[in-house]
Design a protein around this ligand. Structure first.
Ligand code: HEM
Length: 118
């Protein structure tokens, strides 16, 4: 009788320990803070809204186009209003309903800073 009780008690405490570990008990690592996630927020992008410091978010990625601006084949006023914004629509339509070429797409990688985070 005593042995059976002991067996039941130890089995129960074993499974309680397993369940505790399963739910993360005993882990003193805090959940990673959102701000530690890689990338930049749109609020951060918005601060870079000048010709001499021009970031844009396009399709979930953040870019620094400061050095590209003088190379864009239009007068600067076409592209400047997109600095500091989510420019996905502007990029995809050139603001005139026409997509950029596949060649333009290949230029993006060079200016990529990282993902746009919520
Ligand atoms: C986001 C705001 C932007 C706007 C509103 C915009 C608008 C335009 C316009 C109006 C043209 C000329 C008209 C035409 O060729 O159809 C053009 C051409 C071009 N743009 Fe942009 N652009 C933007 C961003 C960019 C970026 C970020 C790049 C590359 C890093 C880029 C690369 C090019 C290239 C290579 C062309 C020559 C035509 C082509 O390859 O599609 N543009 N853009």
């Amino acid at each position: 009788m005593m042995t059976r009780l002991l067996f039941l008690a130890s089995t129960a405490s074993f499974w309680i320990a397993v369940a505790w570990l399963w739910v993360g008990g005993g882990s003193d690592r805090p959940a990673p803070a959102l701000s530690a996630a890689p990338g930049h927020t749109l609020a951060e992008v918005a601060k870079h809204n000048r010709p001499e410091d021009c970031w844009m978010a396009i399709r979930g990625q953040v870019y620094d186009f400061t050095t590209y601006l003088p190379q864009h084949p239009t007068p600067p006023q076409v592209i400047l209003p997109s600095c500091g914004t989510d420019a996905t629509r502007a990029y995809e339509t050139k603001n005139v309903g026409r997509a950029h070429s596949p060649y333009a797409d290949t230029l993006l990688a060079k200016y990529r800073l990282g993902p746009l985070k919520p």
